[in-house]
Every structure is written in structure tokens, then in C-alpha cells.
Ligand binder design. Structure first.
Ligand code: DMJ
Length: 624
């Protein structure tokens, strides 16, 4: 690892960066993608998927992953057709009934997990368990339009068998799991006791869904316990480190950040709340998010700091950070998401790909971190920002990404890792997440622009994407609700009539549900409610209660309400006027603990819920 930069250099950097954000955003402006082009791009991405998927099936299957340069395959995880499992729900999303059904059938008949393999708990959960569960939820349900008549829960049975083999990893004094586990023998004797925060804290969605499908709470319990174990050891600043000893609970790597080793810990806090409605996750997310925005955010970038002192240790952009603007869209914090996405995309534009590390002090590729292993994160955020704003500039961004992938990464039998973004050197490997995520988000982006007509946007459920891009539907069985009304708002700034009517519907709903009192136009609930959105042009709101006035899509899905702004933005962008985006479509950010200052906390935070509940009236977490 390179030594941290001197403070003067870092200060200079931030002076530079504070002048840069707009420039970064403006560099994102390109020739506009027309609706017809969007359709062509969607079809091109479809072709990209099949170039890689068919090559995998021809040259690598049933090995785990494709070697796209040499047209071969390799076992990289457990030796169980990883790429096929990871691709299942993308096949379904693309409407490929034939390959989806054939893949489900093959997996049901051939996969076994009683094998003497030590595997990564995190990777196995997000890729294999998540892939099996989303495949099961699509194959078993008429409402998805992809039900397989002969399907008889084979994928669910496999998922349960696999998860039971992973359970020994959670048998630690802290509840934070080991990083790896043997599928036949449990945890190896010499297994490392050090694990990453993301590794221990990114398991709740898959295990929680499994619990709700099998009616066995154990899976949900152990993964929630792991999150509690990590969060209880947060610093006084509400930051978590990167690596921890699962026996002693000591942090062995105290660098706090939103990227490498921590990223999806934040992601699953919010998504576990959205999928399961479990407010404990929301409380933790709110505190964790607020701290991240306070200590890690250097508009528009994010740095790594010491979790105790907040001193900057690494002024680096790392490519895993790029999921964050997408998460911010789900959290309703769209303005900083737009700026950060613009900054991150400026790195992509410079090299044609994002390097694993980009040094913000030298404004160059971080030594030793010059590869682009086909990661999806920036594309994922582009999709979410387009979904939230409908700003056509995000289609331009998507087109640039397609061009980069087609010109730089496409190789004879698939898509190659780029081992050096400065020279576009190709490497003979294709991670399964290229088909599970990278191509999926690109396709969704362009399909959104031309239709949309797909399971995610027009299907019967609200879908939460796992960190591997797997589709996890908020079915009543999974969300444990009928009239679930953790409504992710679809308000738009200038659509005043919609905003007003929603606001009054909601106020009425809350009164009817006897959980609120209305006072001077503000809505108060027993649960902290983001209230000011109804009065201002800001558009954030988490609405709890019963919402008879809302459509099915609004109650159960993240649904976009076209706004006057959006139309205006489209026109403006086509006239090449840089516009500031304001219309929002999905928003949740109440703050239950505005008076819970970091100094109120001590190092052992087992009582985090109590301290959260002591919070005053809700407020926004917009901290920029
Ligand atoms: C994927 O496996 C997941 O997105 C994970 O959260 C991070 N790493 C890769 C993609 O970069």
C-alpha cells in the first residue's frame, strides 16, 4: 500500500475539487441519445449478453466462469456452474423462457453442495444463494410470466441446503461470521478469524428471503445478529472499519469508507429495511449514512478516514464506491448523488473504464489499482439516476459505457477484464457478475427509456436488487405485509398537484390509522416521518400507514411519476442546456435521532435502538 499523502497535498486537492464538480458534471454531456437510439442500444446490450452467455455455455459450462480470450473455462468459486446460476434472473428479465427453463432444469437435476470445498461466505451468498432464490421466485410464480410448469421448488431446496452448509460460519462469539466455510465440514480449523465488514454485513437479504420462504427464522436471525455485532462495534463517530476479528471484535483495519471491504454493508441496511420493513435496519442505516456523509463525503468525492479520528488516510476513489449514488437514489438523497456520479463518470470518460483505484491527490490511476474487472457499480448508479430523474444525459452515459465495453473489452468468446485501463490490455477472465449485473443494469437503463416492458418495471412486485443484481420481489410472503405502506414516494418537484393530493391522502391515511396528529400542516407520527417534503419543493418522504389513495404500483413498487420538470429537462437537454436536476422519484430518509450526537455514544453500542428512539422530530439527512 502506498503511504498516505501529506496534508498540504490533500488540502490542495480539495481546493481543486471544490472548483471541479460542475466541470465533472458538464463533461458528462454528450450527443443526446434519441428514443430510436435507445432502442438500438437496448438491443445491442441484449446481443452483448448473448455473446457472453452463449460463449460461456459453449466453452466453459459447467465450470464456474468463462475465459473469454482463450475460449475456455475455470472453476473459481465452488465448481458448480457459477455463471449459469448468476445469469438465471437476467435470462428471465430478457424474456428468454427457453434458456431460463433449461437452466433451471439443469441446475435442479445436477447441482450438489455436499462437496469438500471451502468457499467464501459472502461470494457464495450473493452469487449462488441469491441466484438460486431469485430464479426460484421467478420460476415458481405465474405472476412473473415466467413460471415453469414442471418446476417443483428444486432451486429453493438447493438454496436451503446450501444455506444450512453456510450456517457454521456464524458460530462465533461476536455473531460476525467467518469469511469462509467448508461446505462439507464446516469452518476449517485454520480458518482466518479476520473478515471484512462487507463480508459479515451483506447477507441479510438472501438469508432473510430464505427464512421467509422456508418459515425457518434461523437464517434471518444469524445474519441480523451479524449486523448487530458489527454495528455494536462502530466508533464514536458512527463509522465502521474495514476488517474485524470475529472472535475478539477488535478492528484490525480501521479505515472507514464507502468502497472496498465496506460498500454493501451500507447497501443492505437500507435494502433490508425496504424489503422486510424491519425498522431496526432503517435506524442503523440512518445513523451510518449520516456519519458517512459527515466524515467521508468531500463533495463530490468520498475518502477513507480513520474510524476513530476521522483523519483522512486514503484520498482515493475506488471503483466499488460507484454503487453509492444508486443507493442515495433509494435513500432520496439525489442532489449529492448527481454530483458524485458526475465526478465518478469523469474518471470513466478519462480512461474509458474506471480503474480500481484513482488517486484524488495526484489525479491519476493509483499505483497497482489499474484494472477494470467489468464491474457494474457505475452503470448501476446510472440506471438509478436515470430512473429517478429521467434526465437523458444518463442515457448518454450509458451509451459511452456500451461503446467502451464493445471497443475495449469485447473479445473472441465474451468480455475480458481490462488489466490496465490506460492501455486497455485485455485479460482472460470474465466474472459472473458481468452477466448478473453489468449487462443487466445496462439493459434496464435502455429498456426504461424505450418502454419499459420488463419484470422489474412493469411486473407484479416491487423488486429489490441484491448487491449481485439479483431480483428479490417484495411479495406479501417476503415482506410480511398485505397493505405494506413503507411507501417509497414518487413525488416530483413541480408536479404540485400530485404532491398536494398525495400529501393530503397520506395525512388522511395516517389519521385514519390513528398513528399521527396533524399540526400546522406538518404530519407527525409515532414513527419518525419525513414531514417537510409536503410543504416544500423538496421531495422526500417515507409514508407509513395505510394508503388507500395510492395505486398498487405506488404502494408496492418504486414507481415513477412523470413530472413537468422531467419533460422540461428532456427538452432542455435536447437543446443542450445544462439543467439542474430536481425531480425525484424515490425517497426515504427520515432521521429518528437528530439529537443523538456522536459523543453520546460509547464504544459498545448494544443499546443502539434505545439511543435512536430518544431522537426528536424527524429531519432530512441531506447533509451536503
Ligand atoms: C459483485 O459481486 C457485487 O456487486 C459486490 O457487491 C461487489 N463486487 C462485485 C461487483 O463489482
Amino acid at each position: 500500500m502506498e503511504a498516505p499523502k501529506p496534508l498540504s497535498q490533500i488540502l490542495l486537492l480539495f481546493l481543486l475539487l471544490s472548483a471541479y464538480p460542475n466541470a465533472f458534471i458538464l463533461t458528462a454531456l454528450a450527443e443526446g441519445v434519441t428514443p430510436e437510439e435507445a432502442r438500438q442500444l437496448r438491443d445491442e446490450v441484449h446481443g452483448m449478453f448473448y455473446h457472453a452467455f452463449d460463449s460461456y455455455m459453449k466453452h466453459a459450462f459447467p465450470l464456474d466462469e468463462l475465459r473469454p480470450l482463450s475460449c475456455g473455462g475455470e472453476d473459481t468459486l465452488g465448481g458448480y456452474a457459477l455463471t449459469l446460476i448468476d445469469s438465471l434472473d437476467t435470462l428471465a428479465l430478457l424474456g428468454d423462457r427457453e434458456r431460463f427453463a433449461a437452466s433451471v432444469e439443469w441446475i435442479g437435476k445436477n447441482l450438489r453442495f455436499d462437496i469438500n470445498k471451502t468457499v467464501s461466505l459472502f461470494e457464495t451468498t450473493i452469487r449462488v444463494l441469491g441466484g438460486l432464490l431469485s430464479g426460484h421466485l421467478i420460476a415458481s410464480d405465474y405472476a412473473t410470466g415466467m413460471k415453469i410448469p414442471s418446476y417443483d421448488n428444486q432451486l429453493l431446496n438447493l438454496a436451503e441446503d446450501l444455506a444450512r452448509r453456510l450456517l457454521p460460519a456464524f458460530d462465533t462469539p461476536t455473531g460476525i461470521p467467518f469469511g469462509s466455510v467448508n461446505l462439507l465440514h464446516g469452518v476449517d480449523e485454520d480458518e482466518s478469524k479476520i473478515t471484512s465488514t462487507a463480508g459479515g454485513g451483506t447477507l441479510t437479504l438472501e438469508f432473510g428471503v430464505l427464512s421467509r420462504l422456508t418459515n425457518d427464522p434461523i437464517f434471518e436471525q444469524v445474519t441480523k445478529n451479524a449486523v448487530r455485532g458489527l454495528w455494536a462495534r462502530r466508533s464514536k463517530l458512527n463509522l465502521v472499519g474495514a476488517h474485524i476479528n470475529v472472535f475478539t471484535g477488535e478492528w484490525t483495519q480501521k479505515d472507514a469508507g464507502i468502497g472496498t471491504s465496506i460498500d454493501s454493508f451500507y447497501e443492505y441496511l437500507l435494502k433490508a429495511y425496504l424489503l422486510f420493513g424491519d425498522e431496526e435496519y432503517l435506524f442503523i442505516f440512518q445513523e451510518a449514512y449520516r456519519a458517512a456523509m459527515q466524515y467521508l463525503y468531500n463533495d463530490p468525492w468520498y475518502v477513507e478516514v480513520n474510524m476513530d479520528s476521522a483523519a483522512i488516510v486514503w484520498p482515493l476513489f475506488n471503483s466499488l464506491q460507484a454503487f453509492w449514488p444508486g443507493l442515495q437514489v433509494l435513500a432520496g438523497d439525489i442532489d449529492p448523488a448527481i454530483r458524485t456520479h458526475g465526478a465518478f463518470f469523469s474518471v470513466w470518460k478519462r480512461y474509458g473504464f474506471t480503474p480500481e483505484g484513482f488517486n484524488l491527490a495526484t489525479l491519476s490511476v493509483q499505483h497497482g489499482q489499474n484494472s477494470y474487472p467489468l464491474r457494474p457499480e457505475l452503470i448501476e448508479s446510472t440506471y438509478w439516476l436515470y430512473k429517478a430523474t429521467r434526465d437523458p444525459r444518463y442515457l448518454d452515459v450509458g451509451r459511452d459505457m456500451v461503446v467502451s465495453l464493445q471497443n475495449g473489452a469485447r473479445c473472441p468468446c465474451g468480455y475480458c477484464h481490462i488489466s490496465d485501463v490506460e492501455f486497455h490490455t485485455q485479460e482472460d477472465h470474465m466474472e459472473s457478475f458481468f452477466l448478473a449485473e453489468t449487462v443487466k443494469y445496462l439493459w434496464l437503463l435502455f429498456d426504461l427509456a424505450v418502454g419499459p416492458d420488463n419484470l422489474v418495471e412493469s411486473g407484479p412486485y416491487k423488486y429489490i436488487f441484491s448487491t449481485e443484481g439479483h431480483l428479490l420481489p417484495a411479495t406479501p410472503q417476503i415482506s410480511l405485509v398485505l397493505e405494506h405502506c413503507s411507501y417509497v414516494g414518487a413525488f416530483c418537484k413541480s408536479a404540485g398537484y400530485k404532491q398536494e393530493s398525495h400529501a393530503s391522502d397520506i395525512a388522511t391515511d395516517l389519521q385514519e390509522a390513528n398513528v399521527s396528529r396533524s399540526d400546522g400542516g406538518r404530519v407527525h407520527t409515532g414513527f419518525p416521518l419525513y414531514s417537510s417534503s409536503f410543504e416544500s419543493t423538496s421531495t422526500a418522504g417515507l409514508i407509513k400507514g395505510f394508503c388507500p389513495g395510492l395505486s398498487h404500483g405506488q404502494k408496492l413498487g418504486i414507481s415513477y411519476v412523470a413530472s413537468i420538470d422531467a419533460t422540461h429537462q428532456y427538452e432542455s437537454a435536447n437543446k443542450r442546456e445544462p439543467t439542474v436536476l430536481q425531480s425525484h422519484s424515490m425517497v426515504v430518509v427520515p432521521n429518528p435521532s437528530s439529537d443523538n450526537s456522536p459523543s453520546d455514544n460509547d464504544n459498545n453500542h448494544d443499546n443502539f435502538q434505545e439511543s435512536s428512539e430518544g431522537g426528536s422530530e424527524s429531519e432530512s439527512l441531506h447533509l451536503s
